[in-house]
Ligand binder design. Structure first.
Ligand SMILES: [Zn+2]
Length: 231
């Protein structure tokens, strides 16, 4: 189970909303779990990605460094939209995973309501997990102060809603813990299945917008066809 936020920022302000606040949240969840002496069934990796703004390079690098382990990843979650209330998740266009997300959110029901939007999205560190066929979530947030300060000199600490950030940490901790504990009935998708997702949604258009289409087609980035498929 991977939980991550990106450490770099666009650099005009101090990148407090994009994405310092969620980096702090990831660190805080790791610290709290350790302090409580919790021992999850599955490994939880807390990731602070770098180079997100330049091209999602940190999370892409993880795919190469941990290529042999990707089959055993059950979910990767990313947080990158400021400190407004988490009001749900983008669940990547995988209906089977949505039910599991609802299950892991049950303990924090009182912090909801939560809405799941089952579409694939490009633009943050879920991307390479998605293109490697791994279940992926992106936290969705109420707009709050994010929009007006996006990639702007005004993206500074005073815009962070610290109380809400702590409540978001509770939500994300429940999701992280839930996926570290549960029995899962899904597997990593094959290249064919990922291609089917592209064909059925606007994912390909999003990839083209971000300059990520060619690396997928050329096999430079994303899941390779296995031997059985290419036969
Ligand atoms: Zn960001």
């Amino acid at each position: 189970m991977v939980i991550g936020a990106h450490l770099d920022s666009w650099g005009l302000g101090t990148g407090a909303l994009d994405n310092g606040c969620n980096v702090a949240m990831v660190i805080d969840i790791a610290r709290q779990m350790q302090r409580l002496g919790l021992r999850p069934r599955r490994t939880i990796r807390f990731a602070l990605w770098n180079g997100e703004e330049q091209g999602l390079y940190g999370s892409f690098g993880y795919m190469r460094t941990h290529a042999d382990e990707l089959d055993r990843h059950v979910m990767a979650s990313s947080y990158d939209i400021g400190s407004g209330r988490i009001n749900g998740f983008f669940t990547g266009g995988r209906p089977r995973l949505a039910a599991a997300v609802e299950q892991v959110l049950a303990p924090v029901d009182g912090l909801g309501p939560f809405t799941l939007i089952d579409v694939p999205i490009v633009g943050t560190d879920n991307y390479d997990f998605m293109m490697e066929g791994i279940g992926n979530l992106v936290g969705n947030h109420e707009a709050a102060t994010y929009g007006p300060n996006y990639h702007a000199a005004t993206d500074t600490f005073d815009k962070v809603d610290q109380r809400q950030l702590r409540l978001n940490a509770a939500i994300v901790a429940a999701v992280t813990w839930g996926f570290a504990q549960m029995d899962v009935d899904w597997q990593r998708q094959s290249r064919q299945e990922i291609q089917a997702l592209i064909d059925a949604t606007d994912l390909g258009e999003q990839m083209k917008t971000f300059g990520l289409w060619e690396p997928w087609i050329s096999g430079q980035r994303g899941r390779k066809a296995d031997r059985q498929e290419s036969r």
